[in-house]
Design a protein around this ligand. Structure first.
Ligand code: HEM
Length: 164
């Protein structure tokens, strides 16, 4: 639990920061939004998050391009099934490849650029298993998904709020 809770969150935060440092326009835009919506009287807190959809966009973008757990934990198929023409027998160990899912050119257009706005299209408020599932899927998906999202968003928001 400790490893799952700290490794995923710290990797996501690191990649989000790296994306912002490499896209100064996005960094400026996020800083302006935090300045306007939160200001400098208090450190950004959980109640500020709903006012900052752009912050969520940055986190979603980082989670999509660099999913901390790119090959999710091994699962076992409960019955035989055919997926995309491949027969998967019951009890086969399967591991979903989030890296490939998040970069599938059939569902994502912006493989190379930094169009954050597409994440503002509310559609990515939860997992969409055909294109975006950074916290895994099904009954054994991440137990700390909400906490992970809030923790990383708050940490990134605080870094941008407090430092240039
Ligand atoms: C941004 C942060 C995080 C990311 C990207 C992330 C991602 C994931 C992924 C992809 C899985 C595998 C799901 C699957 O096999 O379908 C997982 C499992 C898990 N995560 Fe997270 N996680 C994060 C934060 C956290 C936090 C903060 C906690 C707890 C405090 C946590 C606890 C767990 C646990 C307990 C599991 C195993 C669930 C099970 O096997 O039933 N994670 N996480």
């Amino acid at each position: 639990m400790l490893l799952a809770g700290t490794a995923g969150a710290s990797l996501a935060l690191e990649w989000a920061m790296s994306l912002l440092l490499n896209h100064s326009e996005a960094m400026r835009k996020l800083k302006a939004k935090i300045d306007n919506q939160v200001g400098h009287e208090h450190l950004i807190n959980e109640s500020d998050l709903p006012k900052l959809p752009y912050l969520k966009c940055v986190m979603n973008k980082a989670l999509r391009l660099y999913p901390p757990l790119s090959l999710i934990l091994p699962h076992s198929s409960s019955e035989s099934i055919t997926v995309g023409g491949y027969v998967i027998l019951a009890s086969t160990v399967v591991m979903a490849n989030l890296w490939a899912l998040h970069k599938n050119p059939n569902v994502w257009e912006d493989l190379d650029d930094f169009k954050l706005e597409r994440f503002e299209e509310a559609a990515l408020d939860g997992p969409q298993y055909s294109k975006f599932a950074p916290f895994g899927m099904g009954r054994r998906s991440c137990a700390g998904a909400l906490m992970g999202m809030n923790m990383t968003s708050l940490s990134l928001g605080a870094l941008v709020q407090c430092f240039d």
